[in-house]
Write a protein that binds this ligand. Structure first.
Ligand code: S3P
Length: 165
């Protein structure tokens, strides 16, 4: 079983909002690997980072992503860093993957200082620049379609994603 579409892209780009709208429009279910992790672990993502560090979170995330890819046949949104894992990128090859993109200034504006997002808790602009530089090519490498979200409403992004499928 494969998802109809997998949504990837940075934190705060709107994967959950657009994913739910997209699922409604396609008449399929929506699933989000961050939510799977929180439900399975009984603690927030921020708590996992604080308790065990990023590497432990990535291991938990990898397992959750692989399970969701195997089980879910609707719209699946992945956490922003899920594509850092090489095995996960290999699993995504051959699937329909939509990369929701935004530029750094849009990212800073949308997320700001964010305690719930441990990767942005200190200096968001600098952290965003580094994150985007490290990850942009990975998103592009696995995406079958790229949808820019800057200055667009979730409904407009959803329509653009549908057009790109
Ligand atoms: C992360 C993105 C978050 C969450 C965690 C790490 C990242 O997911 O998995 O805070 O590395 O970009 P969202 O993209 O759903 O916010």
């Amino acid at each position: 079983m494969n998802p109809v579409v997998v949504l990837v892209g940075p934190m705060g780009v709107g994967k959950s909002t657009v994913g739910q709208l997209l699922a409604e429009r396609l008449g399929v279910g929506y699933r989000d690997t961050d939510e799977d992790i929180v439900a399975a672990e009984g603690r927030t993502i921020a708590e996992i980072f604080v308790d065990e560090g990023e590497a432990a979170f990535r291991a938990i995330e990898k397992q959750a992503v692989h399970q969701a890819l195997a089980e879910h046949d609707g719209v699946l949104a992945l956490g922003g860093g899920a594509i850092l894992d090489e095995d996960t990128r290999a699993l995504l090859a051959g699937q329909r993957v939509v990369y929701l993109s935004m530029d750094v200034e849009e990212a800073v504006k949308r997320t700001g200082l964010n305690a719930a997002r441990p990767l942005l808790a200190v200096n968001p602009r600098k952290q965003w620049r580094e994150l985007m530089e490290a990850r942009r090519h990975l998103y592009e490498q696995i995406a079958t379609a790229v949808v820019a979200t800057d200055g667009r409403t979730p409904e407009e992004v959803t329509q653009a994603a549908l057009d790109a499928l």
